[in-house]
Structure formats: structure tokens, C-alpha cells
Design a protein around this ligand. Structure first.
Ligand code: B12
Ligand code: SF4
Length: 484
């Protein structure tokens, strides 16, 4: 049995360190262990030509594509179109978060034959190994215009997750390594119920690699030259015993790391322990400066918690990165002003902290979705419209669209220290008007909005080509820019 798994391009990576395509790597590991021959292509690095050669070579019945909401859909559709044109018989399976939340709409697209909802390991294996399709949990399929959804598949148990490893020999891991930086994920799920988050409904149980399993996997990546790890777990600190062992290990190996922590779980002794064991940055989902809005978001945190996190990180010299949100159904301009004021307060308490302000886009099946619909939100009606979503674009149902977009754009410019790099002239040019706006809270109109769009195009051309920019998210410095 042969199959191919594809991770499509993402639109604009900028200074981000590319994350390995863990979604398909985990599935590949599950398949390999069951004697399926798997090839993986990450189209951020590989070409469609290579994919097609592999299809001609191994003639798989199915190919699987991993898709997140947003521009990745656009690239995924282009890939499917091109493959279907040349290989008429091949069956295309979409998996990942977008198709999980919208399986019917996804299957309405003629290029897509199957959707696997939720975690893909078992369902994809059953599909490629020829199990009766009506008995594959998590599978959505079509017959003409009729679409069927088999029952949901249960989440993998912790013990099953611990049997899975990352099959690094299927890809070139050094592509994801920049100045010793590497992104890693060691667990799945989160038990909290934030109203905007996918996890609240689909992935509500935390399951993680044990400390021993993590160490086994870390030992592999250290062979590639990894020195600094960014953990992308939604709830890295979930298990205190696991964390205790990992802390010791990080210290022994002299590893610098960062991870997300909920502000309500932040306390001085945990942060001090973390700092003493290599943690130099922490990121927090603070979301809003209005307690009323935090309640709408079901975030279960208080303004006090946010302030406390800034005080502790400042005291311990931990770089804090805050993520904020605006454009929430029920939010007023006054609430937004409160958010801006709290961000300023946090920056005064911890001047080294960073922040970004995103505009909420309500995803189907999240708790906030129904509220957004009541407020007049019309969700995109097909895959192509879903591909046009950008985090700095306000959805049409929101009032004060320009106001929201200007805040988000301004935050993208002044919230990150990277824009203080004087070796990038364009950064200097846009920083000053953004500073003026932020200081005076003038967001109603502005040329930076237009400028930013042009800037995005320029920066995409100049630095988004892979390997052209070397940025260290820990020191927050651009290390080098290669001229293309
Ligand atoms: C790392 C990450 C990124 C990376 C990209 C990932 C990469 N590999 O390079 C970056 C930083 C670029 C990113 C960007 C964005 N991200 Co992101 N990201 C993540 C994060 C933290 C980890 C992803 C991961 O590796 N997970 C681990 C794997 C194992 O899980 P998985 O991807 O869900 O895969 C499983 C199943 O979904 C399924 N599956 C997945 N693919 C396939 C394919 C097939 C064929 C099958 C059968 C099954 C299948 O099986 C897998 C194994 O069980 C997740 C949160 C999370 N913890 O998952 C958010 C998350 C995926 N991101 C999210 C969002 C909102 C975004 C942005 C839109 C944010 C923004 N506002 O800009 C952008 C979109 C970027 C774009 N241009 O399109 C949301 C997804 C929402 C959605 N509807 O898609 C998540 C869930 C965060 C959240 N809790 O809301 N992201
Ligand atoms: S936003 Fe964070 S804390 Fe809330 S449910 Fe999602 S992952 Fe968990």
C-alpha cells in the first residue's frame, strides 16, 4: 500500500520559523508502523512537480492534504486541480481543522473526494487499507450530490499518542531549523472552553507525550543542531510532574525554550522555576482589556491575572508575548479603548513585552459563532471565500471596520521588537507614523493601511522567500537578510 501526504503552502511566513508539518508527520508515523509506504511533501519547500513524479512512481489510490482555514485553502485547491487534471483516477482526501469544522462545504467542491474529520491517524489508515467506507469513523464521503458523515472518531488516548514518534527521515528536518531555533509540539488538546477556539469543542481533552517520551524525541532533534525550542502545545504546562522532569532536562542540556501559559495559571514560583531551567519567553492569550468581553469570550481569566503576569515576567526578566483580540460580537468601542489602555499598562509594567492584536473571525462550531451570526455575520459560503480570510481584515458584519483594521495593523508594526531593527529601512519608514497613532490613539483612517498592503507585497517579494531571512525569536533580532 502506498500513499502521499501533502502540506500546502502558507501565504506569508515573514520572520516566522517554519513549523514542521506535524499533522501529516504523525499520520505518516502511524501508517509506516502498519506497513504503508508513505511519502511526504511540504510545499513550502518541495515542488508540485516532485509530488507528481512521486504519484507516477508509486501510483497511490489516495493522497491526503492537510488544510487550515485561510490562504492555505487557496494553495490546497490549486494543488488538487493540478493533480486531478493529470491523474484522473486519484482520490483526494482533505483533513485538518478546516475540513473538520466544515466537512459538507468542503465536499461540495468537486476536487475533493473524502474528508477525514478530527485526528487522522486511524481513519486515514483504515481508508488506505481498504476498510468498508461506511464503517470508518470520522470519514465524510459523497455519492453524487449526496454527502454522508460517518460517526465521529474518538480522540487518541495518551497511551496511543505515546506510541507515535516523528518520522524525521521522511523530510529534511534542517529546513525547519533557523539559527538553532526549532518549533515542537508534545501534546494535544486543551480542557478550557474559550468561545473562539477550536479546541473547546473538538479537542477538549489534554493528552501528551510523557516526559520520557519527550526526552527521547528531543534527543533526536538535538542531533540536527537544535538549541532553542518554541513549544506550540496549546497547554504545555498541563501536567506538573511532566514539567518538573522536563525542566531538569532543559537545564542539563542548556536548552532555551518558550511556551504558552494561561495568565490565571501564572505564579511567581512556577515562573521562577521555568526561568531557572531555560525559559526565556512566555506567551499569553490575554485577549481583552474589558472584563465584560473576557466573559463573552468565556476566557475565565481576569484583568488582575493579566497585570500579575506582566509584573512577574518583568521581575524575572522573562520576555512576555501577549496576544489580544478585537472585533468580538457584543464588544463596543469603549471596550476596545480599554484593551488598548491595558496593553499600554502592561507595556509600562514590562517594557520588554511584545503584543499583537488580531481581529476575531468566528469559525463555525466555536461557541462564539452563534453570537456572531445573531450580530449579522454571514459566513463564507464556499472554500474559495474561506481562503480569503486574513487576520488583519475585519469581517463585513463588524461596524468600524477601518478602525479595527488600523488597530490591528498598527499593533503588527509596533508590538514586535523586530520592527526596531535598523538594518531594514522599510521598517524605519513605517514605524514612526504607527508610533504616532498608537500614542495618540488615532485609528479612524490612515495611509499606513494602504502602505501596509503595499509593504506586505514588497516584503513578500523581498524577504518571504525561504532562507532569505534569519530571525531569532528569542533575542528578537534579525540576524541576516540574504539578497535574492
Ligand atoms: C503551528 C501552528 C501554526 C503555524 C503553521 C503550522 C505549520 N505546520 O507550519 C503558523 C504559525 C504558520 C500558523 C498560522 C495560523 N494558524 Co495555526 N496553529 C498552529 C498550532 C499551534 C499547531 C499545529 C500543529 O502542528 N498541530 C499538531 C497536529 C498533530 O495537529 P493537527 O494539525 O490538528 O493535525 C491532526 C488533525 O487535524 C488531522 N489532520 C490534519 N491534517 C490532516 C490531513 C489529512 C489527510 C488527514 C486525514 C487528517 C489530518 O490529523 C492530524 C493528526 O491527528 C495549532 C494549534 C494546535 N495545537 O494544533 C494552531 C491552529 C491550527 N492555527 C490556527 C489558526 C487560526 C491559524 C491562523 C489562521 C492564525 C492567524 N490568525 O493568522 C494562521 C493561518 C496561516 C495561514 N496563512 O494560512 C487554529 C486553526 C483554526 C482553523 N480553523 O484552521 C489553531 C487550531 C489554533 C486554535 N486553537 O485556534 N499556525
Ligand atoms: S484559547 Fe487556549 S486556553 Fe482557550 S481553549 Fe483554546 S487552547 Fe485552550
Amino acid at each position: 500500500m502506498n500513499t502521499i501526504l501533502i502540506y500546502p503552502q502558507l501565504e506569508f511566513i515573514g520572520t516566522q520559523i517554519p513549523t514542521p508539518p506535524y499533522s501529516i508527520l504523525f499520520i505518516a508515523d502511524y501508517l509506516i508502523k502498519r506497513n504503508v509506504n508513505v511519502k511526504i511533501f511540504d510545499l513550502r519547500f518541495d515542488s508540485l512537480h516532485q509530488v507528481k513524479n512521486a504519484i507516477s512512481d508509486i501510483e497511490p489510490e489516495y493522497i491526503g492534504i492537510s488544510v487550515m482555514t485561510g490562504p492555505q485553502i487557496y494553495y490546497a485547491l490549486k494543488i488538487c486541480e493540478s493533480i486531478k487534471k493529470e491523474f484522473k483516477k486519484i482520490k483526494i482526501v482533505w483533513g485538518g481543522i478546516h475540513s473538520t469544522i466544515l466537512p459538507t462545504q468542503t465536499l461540495q467542491n468537486k476536487l475533493i473526494d473524502f474528508v477525514i474529520r478530527g485526528e487522522g491517524e486511524k481513519s486515514y489508515h483504515e481508508l488506505v487499507s481498504g476498510k468498508n467506507k461506511s464503517q470508518i469513523n470520522g470519514l465524510s464521503l459523497k455519492n453524487g450530490a449526496k454527502i454522508f458523515h460517518n460517526p465521529d472518531r474518538a480522540l487518541l488516548k495518551s497511551s496511543e499518542l505515546n506510541e507515535l514518534s516523528i518520522p524525521w527521515d521522511l523530510i529534511n528536518p534542517r529546513r525547519y531549523l533557523k539559527s538553532g531555533n526549532f518549533n515542537m509540539i508534545t501534546s494535544r488538546g486543551c480542557p478550557f472552553k474559550c468561545a473562539f477556539c477550536y479546541n473547546a469543542l473538538f479537542n477538549n481533552v489534554w493528552r501528551g507525550w510523557t516526559a520520557e517520551k519527550c526526552i527521547e524525541e528531543f534527543n533526536k532533534i538535538f542531533k540536527f543542531g537544535v538549541k532553542k525550542i518554541t513549544f506550540y502545545d496549546d497547554y504545555f504546562f498541563a501536567n506538573p510532574n511532566r514539567i518538573k522532569i522536563l525542566f531538569q532536562y532543559f537545564k542539563e542540556k542548556d536548552i532555551i525554550w518558550k511556551a504558552e501559559l494561561r495568565v490565571d495559571q501564572m505564579n511567581y514560583s512556577l515562573a521562577k522555576e521555568a526561568k531557572e531551567h531555560g525559559c526565556s519567553n512566555m506567551y499569553f492569550g490575554a485577549e481583552s482589556g474589558s472584563q465584560r468581553v473576557l466573559n463573552i469570550l468565556n476566557k475565565n481569566i481576569s484583568i488582575k491575572d493579566i497585570i500579575k503576569s506582566a509584573e512577574i515576567t518583568n521581575k524575572l526578566d522573562i520576555i512576555a508575548e501577549y496576544s489580544w483580540m478585537i472585533g468580538i460580537p457584543g464588544e463596543t468601542k469603549k471596550d476596545i479603548r480599554k484593551t488598548i489602555s491595558l496593553i499600554k499598562n502592561v507595556r509600562e509594567i514590562n517594557p520588554e513585552s511584545e503584543f499583537s492584536i488580531k481581529i476575531l473571525f468566528p469559525y463555525p462550531q466555536t461557541l462564539i459563532y452563534e453570537q456572531a451570526i445573531k450580530s449579522g455575520f454571514t459566513p463564507p459560503s464556499n472554500l474559495v471565500s474561506w481562503s480569503n480570510i486574513r487576520r488583519e481584515h475585519a469581517p463585513d458584519y463588524l461596524r468600524h471596520k477601518n478602525f479595527l483594521e488600523m488597530i490591528s495593523i498598527t499593533s503588527a508594526i509596533i508590538g514586535k521588537k523586530v520592527f526596531e531593527s535598523n538594518n531594514v529601512p522599510i521598517f524605519k519608514l513605517i514605524k514612526h507614523p504607527a508610533n504616532f497613532r498608537w500614542k495618540n490613539e488615532v485609528f479612524s483612517a490612515g495611509f499606513e493601511n494602504l502602505f501596509f498592503k503595499i509593504f506586505r507585497k514588497v516584503i513578500e517579494k523581498v524577504i518571504s522567500k525561504r532562507d532569505s531571512i534569519e530571525y531569532d525569536p528569542f533575542s528578537r533580532k534579525i540576524i541576516s537578510i540574504k539578497k535574492n
